[in-house]
Design a protein around this ligand. Structure first.
Ligand code: SAM
Ligand code: SF4
Length: 340
């Protein structure tokens, strides 16, 4: 139940950490499950969490609401694959109505978009990120293990027709796996009038398919490849995250580079993540966390306690991450657990 006096007081209690960074962005992983098994993200045989360990949609809504009351303006739904969570549209519809939440956005592998794009837009999702690492059907299958390229391309079309403010393609580039498709992916984005970001692979979870160190492609290498074909001008835009954007003179498509290794962005960090089991992660590259599921289940319906716990958690947000490619991953959780 919303209380106007409490709401006013909450606005004065913004989420600021020990280093003066204000947290205004929550990435909410609504499930650890997925219909794909991307080689850099998951093992082929995955054990997913038992249902009672996952937050209910009601619990997710309560946490999201508490964050917005504390000044969070942007929420990204992610996973796992957010669109395989049963009831996801009900959650989206409720989140879309929270006053003060300026940007509700979603990251998806695109496989369910023919079914959901229209309703996502209708219920208040402003922008979509869609992952696409290859335009070759056979390779797409190899990289995702279970994915069907055609289905994703149709999903992208459905999203374009639904009329989102912006759609961005996310591509993880790996040496000797899909590095030769960088220019085709840029061309695809230009033709479809979408933005595109290239992501450096991060050492989250132990994988067996390739050596992350050998497959590593830096953003600088990718940018150089694109620069041979297109003239790229840096933009000033910042997401408070690891992305840097470039524009091209002859197209509206912007090209982003997400470089957790080669570009340290931690001093600008404005975000935290909530895992599907309710663990509040204060940093992608560290294990510092707070169990909000325990808080909600011990004090159901008590927003004041939940908010105080969130405020207290800001004190343990680490200053920065340290990703090392040539060591065993220090972070053993996979990206689907973390909420990408
Ligand atoms: N299933 C959705 C999707 O694929 O877009 C949302 C979750 S996924 C974990 C979010 C993003 O993280 C995707 O763009 C994916 O490519 C990226 N990702 C997953 N594992 C990664 C890793 N080890 N390094 C870099 N990016 C990764
Ligand atoms: Fe699923 Fe996304 Fe991970 Fe691929 S990157 S396995 S689509 S969660």
């Amino acid at each position: 139940m919303s209380n106007p006096v409490q709401d006013r007081e909450d606005k004065d209690r913004e989420l600021v950490d020990r280093f003066g960074r204000r947290v205004s962005y929550l990435r909410l992983s609504v499930t650890d499950r997925c219909d794909f098994r991307c080689v850099y993200c998951m093992a082929e045989e995955m054990k997913f969490l038992p249902k009672p360990q996952i937050l209910t949609l009601e619990e997710m809504y309560a946490v999201a609401r508490a964050f917005v009351d504390l000044g969070v303006e942007k929420i990204r739904l992610t996973g796992g694959e957010p669109l395989v969570r049963r009831g996801i549209l009900d959650l989206v519809a409720r989140l879309g109505e929270i006053p003060g939440l300026n940007q509700l956005v979603l990251t998806t592998n695109g496989s369910q978009l023919t079914k959901y794009a229209y309703d996502l837009k209708r219920f208040g999702v402003k922008r979509l990120n869609i992952s696409l690492d290859s335009l070759q059907p056979k390779r797409f299958k190899e990289l995702t293990r279970t994915g069907d390229l055609q289905q994703v391309l149709e999903g992208i079309e459905a999203a374009r027709e639904a009329g989102f403010q912006a759609i961005k393609i996310n591509a993880v580039v790996m040496r000797n796996r899909n590095e030769d498709e960088v220019l085709s992916l840029v061309e695809f984005a230009r033709e479809k009038r979408l933005d595109i970001s290239f992501i450096e692979e991060m050492p989250l979870g132990v994988i067996s398919e390739h050596s992350r160190a050998e497959a590593f492609m830096s953003s600088a290498d990718i940018r150089q490849q694109i620069g041979k074909e297109y003239s790229l001008a840096p933009t000033l835009e910042s997401s408070g995250g690891p992305s840097r954007y470039y524009s091209m003179p002859d197209s509206k498509t912007r090209i982003g580079f997400i470089s957790p290794h080669s570009h340290n962005f931690c001093h600008l960090c404005n975000r935290v993540r909530l895992t599907a089991e309710g663990r509040l992660l204060l940093c992608l590259g560290n294990e510092h966390s707070k169990d909000l599921r325990k808080v909600i289940r011990a004090h159901p319906g008590d927003d004041a306690i939940l908010k105080q716990q969130i405020i207290d958690a800001m004190h343990i947000k680490p200053e920065r991450h340290h990703f090392e490619l040539d060591q065993e991953p220090q972070i053993v959780r996979f990206m689907n657990m973390t909420g990408g």
